[in-house]
Design a protein around this ligand. Structure first.
Ligand code: WT7
Length: 635
């Protein structure tokens, strides 16, 4: 796939202009040159944002695993596809070649079929970062089953909601998982989730921690013996371009997570093309993205993107601080990693530790550094650049979303001059724009507004599973004929974009996208709680942390506030997962509300940010007196 590397800024502008002038020819050429198609498309693009309906490569037939695996067998059969680096550095690393990956995916696919899974069925995957996770995802894609990976840090309740929403027939899990010095009993969480998930008929259990677990007769099966007995080849299911490939949940402004549905051909083409260019991947390189496959970053840029390019991709089971804070750099040295892709929250945590954790290791293999998930602050950017990149390794600050499927705004390394905190320029084919409060596009530079996209791109989500109306309302109704991202951004005089953060009810904590509504719902379930409101406040490692304002049912609640705080966080951990725990909980007698009863989060946000000198006009509030009380008791 060498023909689509962009090599200079002039070439970028040339390619970009072409991609805008004639998007169909642009994407058609990329699709033609680089993939195996079982049948050619009749039409490259069909779209109408008012419905919204978007189809790419309509009429084409293909299978993404044929493109990610089989296609490489003649030339790269013995090349390492996956490097599995276990949590414990003493445990042996696994190198899985393309040939071995093919066999293991085929065997797994045959097990799925034997258990009755067929094209279009939904399969929930709740696994730690072990090879079975990658293999089961690909096995689903091979037979046309729709995978719904749920990050294995989510609680039983969160897992159950996601299983029931898309009615999965099967769950694939493991006995447990290792994370640093902790062992988590995943199967116990699955059992709890399945107490009220009648759609699930089968559970496949991979062995990882050897924890004692219960197996339900007729429902639960150990994976290993089934795999061993399975036939080593499995024909692909021929899929239509717009057949669903996967569902991945992201939080939103109601308690119900949104099952973003991605389809096959457009996703494959876009992910393969962006991977190649954003990381300037070359044949012999070793690429490592530290995300979890439970997030979109892992789907697109640990699995599908690298494998579509015949790359070697590292999968790391563990955490950055086990056995110590040098673990990431030890892995970079050990596998001579060339491209390293991580999140600002990890960079900030690593930057706080002693430099000796970095200096012990040889990082000279690194050619490109990437970041994703939230705005990167200037200090973290410079630490990454100086300490890890030694000042001569380009940083790609990549902006995108679960909904966009792939990277949308990003520098191209060695091509786009970078400026700290700027994601810089749109990728070829991407037409971003900034909108003002009145719904008009802001033309000209500099500009500051709400970030939208005005033309479809191949890897955009096609719908929210089972709720197309919500898809339309959330993304296509704020601004007419535009996809609204939920982010704010500014554009400087040279056209560079800088993402300033969410402008909706989503808060990004340690790179995890959290909606305020589901957290508030969880808190309100506590018997002592009457009402609550969550806002974000700046945190030096997590980027944002959560601040909760809680009204108790009985004023003068006799229970100790310390215990209540613990109970509230316990409840959040049960309902959502530990990532959504609150750092600060303030008990208050009321919340500032508008006359129509809407909580004025803007005021709560300012108080949490300790910016109380300029609260704006509070006189129109229903209960202005409560503001003073909240300020006085602020944490
Ligand atoms: C939100 C999407 C895409 C993979 C990880 C997150 C924020 C993402 C950046 C960046 C500033 C960023 C946005 C976006 N975000 N990348 N480089 N600079 N903000 O996926 O969970 O769907 O979250 O993450 O606010 O809307 P996600």
């Amino acid at each position: 796939m060498s023909q689509y590397h962009i090599k200079s800024l002039e070439e970028y502008f040339q390619v970009y202009r072409k991609s805008i002038r004639d998007p169909e020819t642009f994407w058609e050429e990329i699709a033609e040159e680089n993939f195996i198609w079982r049948k050619r498309w009749n039409k490259v693009l069909d779209w109408d944002f008012s419905k919204p309906k978007v189809t790419w490569f309509q009429g084409a037939q293909l299978n993404i695993t044929e493109n990610c695996i089989d296609r490489h067998l003649p030339t790269r059969g013995n090349k390492t596809a996956l490097i599995f680096e276990p949590n414990n550095p003493e445990e042996k690393t696994q190198h899985i070649t393309y040939k071995q990956l093919h066999q293991r995916v085929c065997q797994f696919a045959n097990v799925l079929k034997e258990k009755g899974i067929k094209k279009g069925d939904r399969v929930c995957i709740y696994l730690p970062m072990i090879p079975e996770l990658a293999i089961s995802v690909l096995a689903c894609a091979r037979i046309g089953a729709i995978h719904s990976v749920v990050f294995a840090g989510f609680s039983a309740t969160a897992l159950r909601t996601r299983i029931n929403d898309c009615e999965c027939n099967m769950v694939i899990t493991s006995d447990g998982s290792f994370r640093g010095n902790k062992t988590i009993d995943l199967k116990v969480i699955v059992d709890e989730a399945l107490k009220d998930a009648p759609c699930v008929e089968t559970v496949l259990v991979a062995q990882r921690t050897h924890s004692e677990i219960e197996m339900k007769e007729g429902r639960d099966f150990w994976l290993e013996p089934l795999i061993e007995a399975a036939y080593k080849d499995c024909a692909i299911e021929v899929m239509d371009a717009e057949d669903p490939l996967f569902i991945l949940y992201t939080s939103g402004s109601t308690g119900m997570p949104k099952g973003m549905m991605h389809t096959t051909a457009g996703y494959m083409v876009y992910i393969a093309y962006t991977f190649k260019n954003v990381f300037q991947y070359r044949e012999e390189d070793v690429y490592w993205c530290t995300a979890d496959i439970g997030w979109i970053t892992g789907h697109s840029y640990i699995l599908y993107g690298p494998l579509a390019n015949g790359a070697t991709t590292v999968m790391f089971e563990g955490v950055p601080n086990y056995p110590d804070w040098g673990r990431f750099w030890q892995i970079v040295e050990k596998h001579k990693v060339n491209q390293f892709y991580t999140a600002p929250t990890a960079i900030r945590a690593l930057a706080k530790e002693n430099l000796s954790f970095v200096e012990k290791y040889d990082l000279s293999s690194l050619k490109v550094l990437g970041t994703v998930g939230e705005p990167i602050n200037e200090e973290a950017w410079h630490w990454y650049d100086d300490i890890i990149g030694k000042g001569n390794t380009p940083i790609v600050d990549t902006w995108w979303q679960t909904e966009t499927g792939g990277i949308m705004i990003s520098p191209i390394p060695f091509v786009t001059p970078t400026i700290p905190t700027f994601a810089t320029l749109p990728f070829p084919g991407i037409q971003p724009c900034l909108m003002d409060e009145t719904g008009e596009e802001i033309k000209g530079n500099p500009a500051n507004g709400r970030l939208c996209v005005k033309f479809p791109w191949p890897s955009m989500a096609r719908t929210i599973w089972g709720n197309h109306q919500r898809y339309k309302d959330t993304y296509f109704s704020t601004f007419e004929n535009k996809y609204f991202t939920g982010d704010g951004a500014l554009r400087d005089n040279t056209g560079y974009y800088r993402i300033t953060g969410r402008v909706d009810d989503v808060i990004i904590v340690s790179g995890h996208n959290l909606g305020t509504a589901p957290i508030e719902d969880a808190i309100n379930e506590h018997p002592a709680v009457a009402e609550s409101a969550i806002v974000g406040f700046p945190h030096d490692v997590k980027g944002n942390a959560l601040y909760g304002y809680v009204i108790l049912k009985e004023t003068g609640e006799t229970r100790n506030h310390g215990n209540l705080r613990k109970e509230i966080n316990q409840l959040i951990t049960e309902k959502i997962g530990p990532i959504a725990k609150l750092d600060k909980i303030q008990f208050t007698s009321g919340l500032p509300k508008t006359r129509s009863g809407k909580i004025m989060r803007r005021i709560l946000r300012k108080i949490a940010h300790k910016e109380t000198s300029n609260l704006g006009d509070t006189s129109t509030l229903l209960n202005p007196e409560v503001v003073q009380e909240i300020i006085e008791n602020a944490l």
